[in-house]
Design a protein around this ligand. Structure first.
Ligand code: UFG
Length: 348
């Protein structure tokens, strides 16, 4: 398709973990990207690495989408870029922090989304792929969970995801030129197989894979496994881990889907593998991939965690022609390559 080669995409949060992989995927596919990022949880070096991995037109605007004082600058730059659409991945994402600072989470996450939507309106580029999360399913569904699952977030971070999904749906209802895909990610892990881009958490990692990787590389003594008394096969929590490169391909597929839609509207789509693995299985796989010891201890359950969640990913296959291809072994090997080659993330 000719339009595949000419796409111009705004990538809000494009310097972050998932955003950097999305940029590589888009540029490699022939698109041009305008990254908007304020480096609140990202590093400028990621942009150099993206350029190293993918030739193509990558523009950058250092701005805070949630800052009202920067709104006019952002709208001007987006109009100037003449985009076809946007991927929105900018926002705060730490569950625990969101419980302590709910107002900040609502202000930043909702404010950023609204500014981006206004900028796309002003640029007459009414196509949006939003980075949502399986967290919107809360704790009330049996797995595999499909997109008709009950929604209901259990913390402010999750509620910002649900609110933004709903805002995007209202926008799509108000104007039939708008086309929206809310991508509900399961648990993104891994890194680009080159080892050049990957996840570089601020402070102590909240999530399992970056924590395991830092234990394997010797930055931390041991992993705490939060609970081994869940009603799962080995008692530890079960999640649907998805390789970040598969996830990035899902964004490109979602943009292509929006381009081919004759009518407007919004649709929610799960991005997961459809398979669940326990914490102990993930630890064992990482140990094999890294050939390092991963000491751990069993700790109490973490507040807000659920026993098990994994995706029904049929809709992604049906609408986007996408399915996850990479295995847990690929996820661990690539995550380890990134961690071992960049033990201190981008800072070195
Ligand atoms: N876990 C540990 N030890 C750790 C970290 C995690 O045992 O140090 C366990 C958790 O209890 C869970 C599994 O590993 O069973 C996965 O935990 P993550 O924190 O990696 O992922 P979550 O499934 O909790 O998080 C996901 C998304 C978040 C989202 C959250 C909502 O990554 O963005 O679901 O619950 F907000």
């Amino acid at each position: 398709m000719a339009n595949k080669m000419t796409k111009r995409i705004v990538v809000a949060g494009g310097a972050g973990y998932i955003g950097s992989h999305v940029c590589v995927e888009l540029l490699t596919g022939g698109a041009s990207a305008l990254v908007i990022d304020n480096f609140s949880n990202a590093h400028p070096e990621a942009l150099n690495r993206i350029r190293e991995l993918a030739s193509g037109d990558l523009e950058f605007l250092e701005c805070d989408l949630a800052d009202p004082a920067q709104k006019d600058t952002i709208i001007g730059a987006v109009k100037n870029f003449r985009p076809d659409g946007a991927v929105h991945l900018a926002g705060l994402k730490a569950v625990g922090e969101s419980v302590e600072q709910p107002a900040r989470y609502y202000r930043v996450n909702l404010g950023a989304a609204l500014t981006l939507i206004e900028a796309l309106e002003a640029a007459d580029a009414k196509k949006l792929v939003f980075s949502s999360s399986a967290t919107v399913y809360g704790d009330r569904n049996q797995s595999p969970v499909d997109e008709s699952g009950l929604t209901g977030a259990t913390n402010p971070y999750g509620r910002t995801k649900l609110f933004i999904e709903d805002i995007a749906k209202d926008i799509a209802r108000s104007d039939d030129e708008w086309r929206v895909v809310n991508l509900r990610y399961f648990n993104p892990v891994g890194a680009h197989p080159s080892g050049r881009i990957g996840e570089d958490p601020n402070d102590i990692p909240n999530n399992l894979f970056p924590f395991i990787a830092q234990v394997a590389v010797g930055r931390r003594d041991k992993l705490q496994i939060f609970g081994d008394d869940y009603s799962t096969p080995d008692g530890t929590g079960v999640r649907d881990y998805i390789h970040v490169v598969d996830l990035a391909r899902g964004h490109a597929a979602a943009l292509n889907y929006l381009t081919t839609q004759k009518t407007g509207g919004a649709v929610d789509i799960n991005l997961g593998t459809g398979k669940g693995f326990s914490v102990l299985e993930a630890v064992a796989a990482f140990k094999r991939a890294s050939n390092r010891d991963i000491p751990y201890e069993i700790a109490p359950r973490r507040d807000g965690d659920i026993a098990e969640i994994y995706a029904n990913a049929d809709r992604a296959e049906k609408l986007l022609g996408w399915r996850a291809e990479k295995t847990l072994e690929n996820m661990c090997a690539d995550h380890w390559r990134w961690q071992s080659q960049n033990p201190d993330g981008y800072k070195a």
